[in-house]
Design a protein around this ligand. Sequence first.
Ligand code: ZN
Length: 244
Amino acid sequence: MRYLILSDLHANLEALEAVARDAAGRYDRVLCCGDLVGYCADPNAVVEWARAHCALVVRGNHDKAAAGIDAVEWFNPVARTAALWTQRQLTPDNAEYVRALVRGPVATDGFLLFHGFPVDEDAYLANAAEAEDAFRYVDARVSFFGHSHVQGGYILNRGRVETVGRARRGPFSFPIDPQCAYLLNPGSVGQPRDGDARAAYATYTPQESAVTYHRVAYDVERAQAKIHAAGLPPLLAGRLGAGR
Ligand code: ZN
């Protein structure tokens, strides 16, 4: 089974369509580490794509906010404005789908998916010290997570935490060593924050013990124009162009 691993789509349809085109023919099943919505201007189209194509989506903090599961008060003002706008946009069917998303970690085919941190979907896993802590809570060799919007991750190699980089000029592949454990972030499809504005995703084939990180350019200007037309905070358009 070849998996397409997505995270943090954030209602960016242009980025999602570019990823789907780029990955076409190289996967059998789509999995998602959460945050289908929030920030960008196409929540319904992105949720409908997920409903049609994803075998499994664990919920993210923005999904909870858009579904009314969590109060939005703790979000920063920009994220809160986008969450409330998303609540108004989602059709009843799509809102129900988002509300029913499962909380991670969820195991599938021997690996795990979660959104932020293994025991707290709202917490970040963003440095080696946090990864060292997180490894104590996972019982799978390979886990995929999101939330930080930074492609990369961490390897537990004989008690030491090593970091994994991101795809730069072309796809970046690395083997899964049976002696190690892996916490892997495929990066954000819809709002990358690792200094590369291109949409990020991963492919994983457990039978071949191989993970590949990918980046693909998409029509950022079109996504930005939709954010402006929707009356969403302009900052959300600006950061797409910067990849931060
Ligand atoms: Zn996110």
